[in-house]
Ligand binder design. Structure first.
Ligand SMILES: Nc1ncnc2c1ncn2[C@@H]1O[C@H](COP(=O)(O)OP(=O)(O)OP(=O)(O)O)[C@@H](O)[C@H]1O
Ligand SMILES: [Mg+2]
Length: 291
């Protein structure tokens, strides 16, 4: 089911149950029914109805151990709590269609209060390696939550990087807020650079992107580290290049930062050279960034 529709089907009590399971999830892979009952103070008869609804909606997963029922949140369950958090913070009002799927994320269009279009990014890090994580459970600390924790950490990193970059007037989508593993930013009416949009002045677009890397390096102190034509959106109305997808940035003092920066720049130079016939030397672009 569509995440937005799923969200609308939930009541305050459903959320209370999801939150109770979340609260105990650092201590239990599957949270015993008894604890959920204690925490929510919903009588067992009602609680069972709610849990079976959440189970049908695939927001929780049930396990019975020696006759004792216990529950954990699924990724969709975590999604519901994050959306609820964003709604409560007044960052988000409605969720629309999926507009992008990456290796480790899903992007939806959404509406913020005041009919403002936003992009809602659900970080999905570790989802596909969940089973592998499970097998390693004997020696990984809190293995049942580590995959999800990674997604939360990535969301926080992405939000904070975008925030600092925006404050320094770098060309990135303006961030509006985050909750758990979900980040909300300005929606960019744009075309990904890999689609090779027709550019009136490709050289100018190139140097604008390089200037964002300069601000990131000099004023914020970070290197993107995953730059390519896939992570640049060219705004439709004025052809401004916006650099997206920041969770994997490294700090300037990271031992590999210079190699990563060079690789980022190389990708960009080669792409502009091949597609737009712009003749630029990697060293010149690097010099601009390093100052
Ligand atoms: N602010 C935004 N406005 C409009 N579209 C966006 C925005 N952010 C992301 N997108 C769309 O979603 C896609 C994926 O976004 P992003 O690169 O942040 O995620 P990702 O998980 O890294 O994807 P991948 O793994 O494929 O690189 C983008 O290519 C773009 O089409
Ligand atoms: Mg990307």
């Amino acid at each position: 089911m569509n995440i937005g529709l799923a969200y609308k089907s939930l009541t305050e009590r459903d959320f209370a149950v999801l939150r109770a399971i979340e609260e105990y999830s650092s201590r239990y892979e599957y949270v015993p029914l008894e604890l959920i009952e204690k925490r929510t103070r919903i009588i067992e008869e009602h609680l069972m109805l709610i849990l079976s609804k959440l189970s049908k909606l695939k927001m929780v997963k049930k396990e019975s151990i020696a006759g004792y029922k216990s529950y954990r949140l699924t990724y969709l369950g975590h999604d519901m709590l994050a959306l609820n958090g964003l709604v409560r913070k007044n960052v988000l009002e409605a969720l629309g269609d999926k507009i992008g799927v990456g290796k480790e994320s899903e992007i939806y269009i959404g509406l913020a209060p005041g009919e403002v279009k936003v992009a809602v990014k659900f970080l999905r890090i570790g989802r596909t390696s969940f089973h592998r994580t499970k097998i390693l459970r004997t020696w990984v600390e809190e293995p049942h939550t580590s995959w999800y924790k990674q997604a939360r950490i990535a969301a926080e990193r992405e939000f904070k990087a975008l925030k600092e970059l925006s404050l320094q007037r770098a060309l990135v989508p303006t961030p509006f807020g985050y909750d758990r593993h979900v980040v909300v930013t300005e929606y960019v009416e744009g075309v990904e650079l890999y689609r090779r949009p027709t550019l009136e002045n490709p050289e100018e677009v190139f140097w604008k992107a390089i200037d964002t890397l300069r601000i990131a390096y000099q004023d914020v102190g970070i290197v993107h580290s995953d730059l390519s034509e896939y992570n640049i959106l060219v705004r439709v109305d004025d052809q401004t290049p916006l650099i997206i997808d920041w969770p994997q940035y490294v700090y300037r003092d990271h031992p590999s930062s210079m190699d990563l920066l060079r690789r980022d720049v190389e990708y960009l130079v080669k792409f502009f050279n091949k597609v737009y016939r712009v003749d630029i030397q990697i060293e010149d672009a690097l010099k601009k960034i390093l100052g």
